[in-house]
Design a protein around this ligand. Structure first.
Ligand code: HEM
Length: 395
């Protein structure tokens, strides 16, 4: 995916460079939608449908997600439902074609999930559905007809092929995957950029790391290069710990859960809130609840920024190293997009920080955010990030 991700990002960066600044909240939304539609989902549209218009409908749909649940004419929810219905209609033909291709591939592996997975990974199948060759070794899976199989096709089409499903449901799945991919990426980008723009120290360390990466892998950004950026990895984890781009997830209890003096019975649904879990991380929290500003130092970016935002805490060598953050969930349902999102943000940050220092035009933009739940939303006009060319580099 790297070349496609880079292509989208270069296009956005070029327009930011013209202005010397990025209206970050809006820019992150547009990039999230472009990556979701063009790279992750590779949505196919009928020829007579304008792609930009379709993306504008995706935005209207996404705007309904966090709206009041009131479906009166003119409300964000009503507009979102109408946009979703339009999207389902224009997605249906592309989904139908993709579904037909998927079914051929699915039939070619005898409807075996393992064999399909092997085909995606281009590894010889060890599955019984493939006949052993004469020397007893498992034969490679048959070449699949149609385009290359992919995890995304399986994710989207698998249920449709295995269970009964109407076309509309499959088209709706595309909308759901855009929800999973587009605005989450937007908030991940926005939160990360905000924290970095407030920390020249961390930017400088990232810049130094990039110089080493360039010396070793050359100036082109590649997947291989992104695998050798330990400080960048630590920075992204720290951003997702301090300002999670999700509110966590839901679980059904499989046994009674004791929380202090309460017992939540088996069978209840509980919500694990990422930010709350990060607050009470046993590696970082001393158990006090009487902090002056309400939050322990490892979370209190408003009053204690330099102590709160410390990528180094993920690298070891410091006391209280967190083992985990919950922004992408946990366990069997861990987000399937996590590594992709990390890859995207790494590519963008590497691309920008190799050339620029970034700085908030309005230094207290984050603290002024009026809306905090489920995500930070900046006050209008406060979210510009300035791009300042590093010495010796032409802007
Ligand atoms: C910053 C971006 C993202 C965040 C913060 C995020 C967050 C999450 C969270 C919290 C969950 C629930 C995990 C759990 O219950 O343990 C989840 C699940 C999921 N995410 Fe993401 N996500 C992001 C991007 C993506 C992308 C880009 C995709 C698509 C490629 C995606 C697809 C999914 C899917 C399909 C699931 C359901 C997994 C399952 O239930 O097995 N997400 N995500």
């Amino acid at each position: 995916m790297v070349p496609r991700v880079l292509e989208v990002m270069h296009g956005h960066l070029a327009s930011w460079e013209k202005d010397g600044k990025v209206p970050m909240f809006r820019a992150a939304r547009l990039m999230g939608v472009d990556l979701g539609m063009d790279v992750i989902m590779q949505v196919q549209l009928p020829e007579d449908v304008d792609r930009q218009w379709a993306k504008s409908q995706v935005e209207v749909f996404l705007d309904g997600l966090y709206a009041l649940p009131v479906s009166l004419p003119g409300t964000a929810l009503r507009k979102a439902i109408a946009a979703r219905d339009r999207l389902v209609r224009i997605f249906e033909p592309g989904v139908q074609q993709r579904h037909a291709e998927f079914q051929k591939q699915w039939a070619s592996v005898g409807g075996s999930i393992q064999a399909y997975a092997d085909m995606v990974l281009e590894q010889p199948s060890r599955q019984a559905t493939t006949r052993p060759s004469s020397d007893g070794a498992a034969a490679a899976p048959p070449a699949a007809p149609g385009p290359k199989p992919s995890i995304m096709a399986a994710q989207l089409m698998g249920r449709a092929a295995i269970d009964q499903c109407v076309l509309k449901d499959a088209a709706m799945s595309v909308c759901h995957m855009l929800v999973a991919a587009a605005d989450t990426t937007r908030f991940a980008l926005f939160n990360t950029w905000s924290l970095l723009a407030m920390s020249p120290r961390v930017q400088d360390r990232l810049y130094e790391e990039q110089q080493k990466v360039i010396a070793q892998y050359g100036p082109e950004l590649s997947y291989q290069a992104t695998c050798h950026m330990p400080y960048m990895d630590a920075t992204l984890k720290e951003c997702m710990r301090l300002l999670p781009a999700s509110a966590g997830g839901i679980r059904k209890l499989t046994r009674d859960l004791r929380v202090g003096q309460y017992v939540i019975p088996k069978g209840e649904h509980v919500w694990f809130h990422a930010g709350l879990l990060h607050c009470t991380d046993p590696a970082l929290w001393d158990g006090r609840t009487d902090y002056q500003h309400g939050l322990p130092p490892h979370m209190d970016w408003r009053h204690n920024f330099d102590d709160a935002f410390r990528p180094e805490r993920w690298l070891g060598g410091e006391e209280g190293r967190p083992r985990y953050h919950f922004t992408f969930g946990t366990g069997a349902h861990l987000c399937i997009g996590m590594n992709l999102v990390y890859l995207e943000i790494k590519l963008l940050l590497a691309m920008v920080l190799r050339k620029y220092r970034i700085r908030l035009e309005c230094p207290d933009m984050l603290a002024r955010c009026g809306r905090l739940f489920p995500f930070l939303v900046p006050e209008k006009g406060t979210d510009n990030v300035l791009l300042e060319a590093r010495e010796g580099l032409a802007a």
